[in-house]
Design a protein around this ligand. Structure first.
Ligand code: CA
Length: 408
């Protein structure tokens, strides 16, 4: 009797929830459509997008997904800067030589970077995504994670503008689950603000036009501050007595200053290539791994995708496409990358033993790096601000000892 009651209650709850969700979505949609009308979106465009539209639960699952294990940067680079991708990129450089000549002449961004981004974003158009991006964006704007909903609403509105302008046909609004579109995976606001019609057919079509896609990428990089004649960065050799505190995005100096005061050179001894712009030393895997000097164009690439690993992959892929070898010290492949949960635990432990990380979010940002460096100095480790399993284990032991002492 009791079991049946519980089953009935569950059934009501489930069906009830579903009905409530649909009603809420309908209400949200009515509000959004009204706001879009106020922004000049025509009723027929709204009808095309919203008629019969339902939220896509898979998109919400993908948004909520927090990978248990983090891929080590060397594994990521091996997969993204693969022999196959380098060969495919070289083939595209030849195949689209005349087009790339024209794009480079207009924008001044080296062709190898454009082809590298094209390869990274969609494997040269092979994987552009098959999600209805308006459905994805509506779903995320309606019930994605709270702090991001305004972002998704803005993307959805930009998508409607693009559609209304006739840049993209409704059937071509297909892309990644998070709303990125075409060969170079532009988000709708990026497409709205930076895409260009390079083939002159009157539409900015990143889905079907390779000229539009490559020129739009170049235009976006230029608008983000691309510096002509500069590299992304390069592998460097640090002196034996190098102060690891200096390897930090917040410690910025010009290449001549790094060379004169800290005796830093390119890995094989050549002088640093960077000029007077601010540059910093990047240790993607801590002091045991390779060191890079990164220049302003590294930050420009990060406007495309903010991950350090992504920008490093684009830079190295571009180098390989220019025919350069990737020269860098070996990666510390014996180390296991910390998972999100382990990074959070590390933050809790650092704070517990007296080195506040100003919050626990599983991300190694400036506050955590600074706390970690101070702790590393105190325990006699190189203060590189890079978290390892060995650190986590030592911190666990320290935290236990501290608790025992406090109890006594
Ligand atoms: Ca076009």
């Amino acid at each position: 009797m009791r079991a049946i009651a519980i089953v009935s209650l569950l059934t009501i709850m489930l069906f009830g929830y579903s009905a409530v969700t649909d009603e809420r979505f309908t209400r949200w949609q009515a509000d959004f459509r009204q706001a879009a009308r106020a922004q000049g979106i025509r009723p027929d465009v709204l009808h095309t997008v919203f008629n019969g539209l339902l939220p896509n639960r898979k998109v919400l699952r993908l948004e909520a997904h927090q990978p248990e294990f983090t891929r080590a940067i060397w594994d990521y680079l091996e997969q993204t800067v693969s022999v196959e991708r380098i060969a495919a990129g070289r083939q595209r450089l030849l195949q689209y030589r005349k087009l790339l000549d024209a794009v480079v002449a207009e924008y001044g961004v080296p062709r190898e970077y454009l082809v590298a981004i094209w390869g990274m974003e969609s494997s040269f158009g092979e994987h552009t995504g098959d999600y209805n991006i308006m459905r994805s964006l509506a779903t995320l704007a309606y019930s994605g994670r709270e702090p991001r909903r305004a972002f998704w609403s803005e993307q959805l509105l930009a998508g409607l503008h693009i559609l209304q302008q006739g840049d993209v046909a409704p059937s071509d609004l297909r892309g990644s689950w998070a709303g990125a579109l075409g060969h170079t995976q532009f988000m709708p606001t990026t497409l709205r603000d930076y895409a260009v019609d390079f083939d002159g057919d009157g539409r900015r079509d990143l889905k079907n036009s390779i000229p539009d896609a490559l020129a739009s990428t170049a235009n976006y990089l230029v608008a983000s501050g691309w510096q002509r004649g500069q590299r992304w960065g390069e592998a460097v050799t640090l002196p034996a007595d190098f102060d690891w505190h200096l390897a930090d995005p917040q410690v910025q100096k010009t290449a001549p200053q790094w060379a004169a005061h800290y005796a830093i050179t390119q890995q094989q001894g050549a002088p640093l290539s960077g000029g007077e712009a601010a540059s910093y030393i990047l240790l993607p895997a801590g002091h045991r791994g390779p060191a890079f000097m990164v220049y302003p164009n590294f930050q420009v690439i990060r406007r495309y995708n903010n991950a350090v690993s992504y920008a490093l992959a684009v830079g190295q892929l571009a180098d390989r496409l220019r025919g350069e070898q990737v020269i860098a010290s070996p990666w510390p492949k014996d180390e296991q990358a910390l998972s999100h949960a382990e990074r959070s635990e590390l933050q809790e432990l650092l704070s517990a033993v007296g080195y506040s990380t100003a919050g626990v979010d599983g991300k190694i940002g400036p506050n955590t790096r600074s706390a970690l460096r101070r702790w590393q100095s105190a325990v006699g480790r190189p203060a590189d601000g890079y978290a390892t399993v060995e650190h986590l284990e030592l911190l666990r032991r320290q935290a236990v000892l501290k608790t025992e002492t406090e109890v006594e």
